[in-house]
Design a protein around this ligand. Sequence first.
Ligand SMILES: [Zn+2]
Length: 251
Amino acid sequence: MAKKQIDKEVTVEEKLTTLYSLQQKLSEIDNIKILRGELPLEVGDLEDEIIGLETRIKKYEAELKEADTAVSHQKQKAKDSSLKIEKYKEQLDNVRNNREFDHLSKEIEFETLEIELSEKRTREFSQESKNLTEQIEKSKTFLSERSEDLAQKKAELESIVSETRQQEEQLRDEVKDIEAEVEPRLLHAFKRIRKSARNGLAVVCIERGACGGCFNKIPPQKQMDIKIGKKIIVCEYCGRIMIDPELIGAD
Ligand SMILES: [Zn+2]
């Protein structure tokens, strides 16, 4: 009973002014977020990019290790073949027949080809190793640049956040206080309209006979009703709550 009486005491005009001031506080919070802008997103993107670069460097480093191992393996093979050739040549001095001579000559020929093959592979793997080393160098330079960018953006974001944190907290407290003054059903409707409105404005003034939100013409009778301010009137096109500019001291 007592609550109903209190509700009755609140005029429509008062409800509208309350909603309008609530909207102003919320818009201020929106502006703080705009000020932070794309920074949180940019920080996130950079962090992802850095993880990607680190993964790439690890992969290159594993490949480099493989290539270097292959180089030493091929060098060892060539060395082994040379030793064999030396041994065969010594044996050649002591051959007892043509068959043995032919056999040793073929072995020497075979090992000579093996050496050529190993040298070719050594060159190939060395080239690969060189390319990978360059790629790792490049990726590391890129990584350090990106890390610097990230540190800078993070610092920027932190400074904006800390500058505006207090302001935002205060606004949020004020919003809570104002919201407590608005009847739940109306507050719910206000929030719903605000969510669907592109500019975040749920309460708009009529401007030159048109809705200040969607700029559609308002019928004269409705304009009168808004001016009288005896009930809450929404725009039939965009659903925003319309108010008389004089109510909020605007032209
Ligand atoms: Zn409208």
